[in-house]
Design a protein around this ligand. Structure first.
Ligand SMILES: NC(=O)c1ccc[n+]([C@@H]2O[C@H](COP(=O)([O-])OP(=O)(O)OC[C@H]3O[C@@H](n4cnc5c(N)ncnc54)[C@H](OP(=O)(O)O)[C@@H]3O)[C@@H](O)[C@H]2O)c1
Length: 303
C-alpha cells in the first residue's frame, strides 16, 4: 500500500471504493473532516487527486479492507458491487468481524438483501445506503441518505454518514433504503423527460434559459432536477454530472422491481425508452439533462 507522508490522524479511518462523480466528492469531504481516508478505484488514475490531498491509495479492495472497519461504496451497479465485495481480491477477504460496508450505490434491493445475508454470516454488516442530491449534494456534504439493514451498524455509522450527508434516514430491513431510492428515481426519470420536452418547446417560443433559471425556482415548476438541468444547459458543461447511463440503469431496476411487485409504471417505461435510446446513440456519459438533445434529434416519440 502506498501510504502518504501525512501523520496518522487521531480519527477513524474510512475506506472509499468507486472514485467517480459521487465517491470522489464523498472522500474529499471525509478528508476535510479529518478522517484518514483509504481509497480504491478500478482505474487507478481517478485516485491521484485525492492522494495528492492526503488520501491513502490501496491496490485492491482486499488490501483496503485490512486497514478499515468502515467502507463506503459508490459504484455503478450491482455487478460492480458484487465484484468489489465478493470478487477474488474483494472486501470479504480482508474485513474483520464487526466491520461495516455502506453501499451508497443505487442497485436492486434483491442484491442488497442477498449480500447483507451472506456477509452477516461472517459478522460483517452490509447496509444499503443509497443517496440523493446529485454531484452538488455530494460536493456540499448535504446528500439525503436512505439506509436499510442492521440497526446497530447504522448507529455505529452515524459519524461517517454525517460527513457525507445531511438528512439521514433509517428505514428498516436490508433493501428498504434501495426501495425508497427507486421511488425517488422513478420521479427523477419522469421529471428529466418532462423538463427536456418543455425546454425544447421553450426554445421554439424564443424563451431564454437565463429567464427560466430566474423564474422557475420561485414558481411551482421548480425542483432540484430543474435547477440542475438549467445549470447544466446554461454552463454547457455536459459531462461529469448525473449521467444518462446511471439514469438508464436506475430506470431498468425500477421497471424490473415493479414487475416483480406486479405493478406497471407507464411513465417510467417511457423515460426508460428515451434513456436507453440515448445510451445506444452514445450519450451515456453525458449528463441526463442532455436528454433534451435526444428529443430534438429523434423528432417523433420513441415507441
Ligand atoms: N451522479 C449522480 O448524480 C448520482 C446521484 C445519486 C446516486 N448516484 C449513484 O451512485 C453510484 C455512483 O454514481 P457516479 O455518478 O459516481 O458514477 P461514476 O462517476 O460513473 O462512477 C462509477 C464508479 O464505479 C466504478 N465501477 C463501475 N463498474 C465497476 C466494476 N465492474 N468494478 C469495479 N468498479 C466499477 C467506476 O470505476 P472506473 O473509474 O474504473 O470506471 C467508478 O469509480 C451509482 O450507483 C449512481 O446511480 C449517482
Amino acid at each position: 500500500m502506498k501510504d502518504s507522508s501525512r501523520p496518522e490522524a487521531a480519527v477513524s479511518r474510512v475506506g472509499v471504493i468507486g472514485i467517480g462523480v459521487m465517491g470522489s466528492r464523498m472522500a474529499g469531504n471525509l478528508l476535510r473532516a479529518g478522517h484518514t481516508v483509504v481509497v480504491y478505484n478500478r482505474s487507478p488514475k481517478s485516485v491521484e487527486k485525492l492522494v495528492s490531498e492526503g488520501a491513502i491509495d490501496a491496490r485492491s479492495p482486499e488490501e483496503l479492507a485490512r486497514t478499515c472497519r468502515i467502507v463506503i461504496l459508490a459504484l455503478t451497479d450491482s455487478k460492480a458491487v458484487e465484484s468489489i465485495v465478493m470478487g477474488e481480491k474483494g472486501l470479504v477477504h480482508g474485513l474483520s468481524p464487526g466491520s461495516i460496508i455502506l453501499d451508497t450505490s443505487t442497485i436492486d434491493p434483491g442484491t442488497a438483501v442477498r449480500l447483507a445475508g451472506t456477509l452477516r454470516e461472517q459478522g460483517i454488516s452490509f447496509l444499503d445506503a443509497p443517496v440523493s442530491g446529485g454531484p452538488e449534494g455530494a460536493a456540499a456534504g448535504t446528500l439525503t441518505i436512505m439506509v436499510g439493514g442492521d440497526r446497530d451498524a447504522f448507529d455505529r455509522s452515524q459519524e461517517v454518514l454525517s460527513k457525507v450527508g445531511k438528512n439521514i434516514f433509517y428505514l428498516g430491513a436490508s433493501g428498504s433504503g434501495q426501495r425508497v431510492k427507486l421511488f425517488n428515481q422513478a420521479l427523477v426519470g419522469v421529471e428529466y423527460l418532462g423538463i427536456a420536452e418543455a425546454f425544447l418547446w421553450a426554445k421554439k417560443m424564443g424563451l431564454k434559459i437565463e429567464d427560466l433559471e430566474k423564474i422557475i425556482p420561485i414558481s411551482w415548476g421548480d425542483s432540484p432536477v430543474f435547477r440542475h438541468f438549467a445549470s447544466v444547459v446554461s454552463s454547457g458543461e455536459l459531462k461529469g454530472g448525473s449521467s444518462i447511463k446511471n439514469l438508464n440503469k436506475d430506470l431498468g431496476i425500477i421497471l424490473q422491481t415493479a414487475k416483480q411487485d406486479g405493478v406497471q409504471l407507464s411513465m417510467a417505461e417511457l423515460a426508460r425508452r428515451y434513456a436507453s435510446r440515448a445510451v445506444e446513440l452514445g450519450y451515456e456519459d453525458l449528463d441526463a439533462s442532455t436528454l433534451y438533445r435526444l428529443l430534438d434529434k429523434v423528432r417523433t416519440p420513441v415507441s
